[in-house]
Design a protein around this ligand. Structure first.
Ligand code: AMP
Ligand code: FE
Ligand code: FE
Ligand code: ZN
Length: 281
């Protein structure tokens, strides 16, 4: 049987693997297909695609958009994206700027707490367009200003803590359209983790294509519940490990294995959607 992992991060957001290392780990774990879904960026996709081609593995260009609807944070996965699509790139650039400004705000808040971290230390460590809280946490540990990543989140970075800064997010309904116009399919990420079940009907009405049923932080009961929801709403089923490399304990790649038959259904849905778009033009 063939398997896929459709939720993976690299150094281009808050993972620790390079795209080449990620493909190598996918290969070692016997996966036939992987999708790169870095937060609010497609920067790593070209390198991952080249590395996957070299080992004859299927690669799906993706992203994980930080979005919101009705005051609920929701992550929307985009798959089969045209990574040269101008509106996609322009929109991502806007939210990457938000992320970069937020680093400055978090550092200023830490400084007010008497923690002498410099924004430059965070940017040097992140070295990507889409930095986030994990980079601040890692910089705090690297500069020996705190003992561990967990401590950084617990004391400063978690929601409600002194250096937590809210992030301007994309509208979830608009993010679905953004993905579609870039040739992709839109899938709600780990609804069990975000407690975003109540907004699924609105996303379905906006044309969302699928639900991430299988995820490291979904219990078997949750996965079954989302499989049922997917069937009810005639949605595609996806799954992935949400591996961030070594940034959170051990690499998770290989722990969630999506049967390849789901990827075949994704292909068919993508072709159908793009044929319909072609006719509209
Ligand atoms: P951001 O997008 O900058 O708000 O950061 C969110 C990312 O931080 C998530 O994707 C996780 O990778 C990570 N994260 C969130 N909460 C924690 C936590 N309590 N401990 C460790 N990592 C976390
Ligand atoms: Fe992350
Ligand atoms: Fe997520
Ligand atoms: Zn993720």
């Amino acid at each position: 049987m063939k398997f896929a992992d459709l939720h993976l991060h690299t150094q281009f957001s808050d993972g620790t693997f390079t795209p080449e290392e990620l493909v190598l780990h996918a290969q070692k774990n016997g996966l036939a297909c992987l999708a790169l879904t870095d937060h609010d960026t497609v920067e790593g996709c070209a390198r991952a695609a080249a590395a996957a081609t070299a080992v004859r593995m299927e690669f799906i260009a993706g992203t994980e958009l930080t979005a919101e609807h009705a005051d609920t944070e929701v992550h929307i996965l985009g798959y089969f994206l045209d990574t040269q699509n101008q509106l996609l790139l322009d929109t991502l650039a806007k939210f990457q700027a938000v992320r970069q400004n937020r680093i400055h705000e978090m550092v200023a808040a830490l400084n007010r707490q008497g923690v002498p971290l410099q924004a430059e230390a965070v940017f040097a460590l992140a070295n990507c367009k889409s930095p986030g809280r994990p980079h601040v946490a890692r910089a705090l540990v690297k500069e020996k200003l705190i003992g561990s990543l967990d401590e950084a989140f617990e004391r400063f970075l978690k929601k409600g803590r002194p250096a937590w800064v809210p992030k301007t997010k994309m509208s979830a309904l608009e993010s679905v359209e953004l993905i579609h116009q870039a040739g992709g399919l839109a899938v709600i990420a780990h609804p069990g983790l975000n407690r975003s079940d109540n907004i699924i009907p609105a996303l379905v009405a906006a044309g969302m294509d699928g639900i991430e049923c299988f995820h490291t932080k979904h219990s078997t009961v949750m996965a079954e519940r989302y499989l049922e929801l997917a069937e009810q709403h005639h949605l595609l089923v996806t799954g992935g490990s949400d591996c961030h490399g070594y940034s959170k304990a051990r690499p998770l790649i290989g722990t969630v294995r999506l049967p390849y038959s789901h990827v075949e259904k994704l292909h068919a849905a993508r072709d159908l959607r793009n044929a319909a778009r072609g006719k509209q033009k």
